[in-house]
Design a binder for this molecule. Sequence first.
Ligand code: BGC
Length: 245
Amino acid sequence: MDILGVDIGGTGIKAALVDTQQGELTTERERILTPQPSTPEAVIAVIQELVKHFNYHGPVGVGYPGVILNGATMTAANLDQGWLNFPGAQAIGEATGCPVSLINDADAAGLAEMRFGAGRDKMGVVLILTLGTGIGSALFVDGRLVPNTELGHLHLPGQKKDAEFRASERARIEKNLTWPEWAANLDEYLHYVERLFSPSLFILGGGGAKKAHKFLPLLTVRAPVIPAALGNEAGIVGAAMAAES
Ligand code: BGC
């Protein structure tokens, strides 16, 4: 059975039906701009609209850009602060009439990449980073996810702000950085993360990884760095995978 996957982002909320056995979307992707302010009420109204659009009844998997514990949203770096400590899975479930599984958005993208994409059959410590509005991270050890790692919020030595303010796709665009300038920020960040986790592989996804050829050759970390294979769809596919029973 196809499962509805939803990916809540800082700028857009995307959804599609997913064949979770094949890791493929079976419908067009529907995208609605993230309401501003992005309160739980406003975002949940959009998810309701998406469920209606697909005329869907069944389990829904939702990727959310923050820490998820027991179905509650605990942080909200790029969304309204109303999501702090909010019973997200329950509230979305009540609004849509569907059972809801909530998962961190990068963890969702990571699940999809590890099963169907660039991380397939990769053992050891694999770190997937999504470069978008923020930086998301999904850490896998021999194929098993360590959830909620939130490595975009690391502070590099001597820096006052979270790493995602310098090395995300948004940072590149908003600060008008050239590819080499942005690659230098990203490289500095990857070196720091490499010192902490010594991964055997980095996989870069999210909007920022679309033009991988512009910056991958400029990175100097020890571990190989490869682009994600599923592109923007990974978040939706992985969210649906999280709702598989
Ligand atoms: C959030 C993470 C999320 C990432 C990408 C960060 O600001 O804290 O939970 O995975 O952005 O959306």
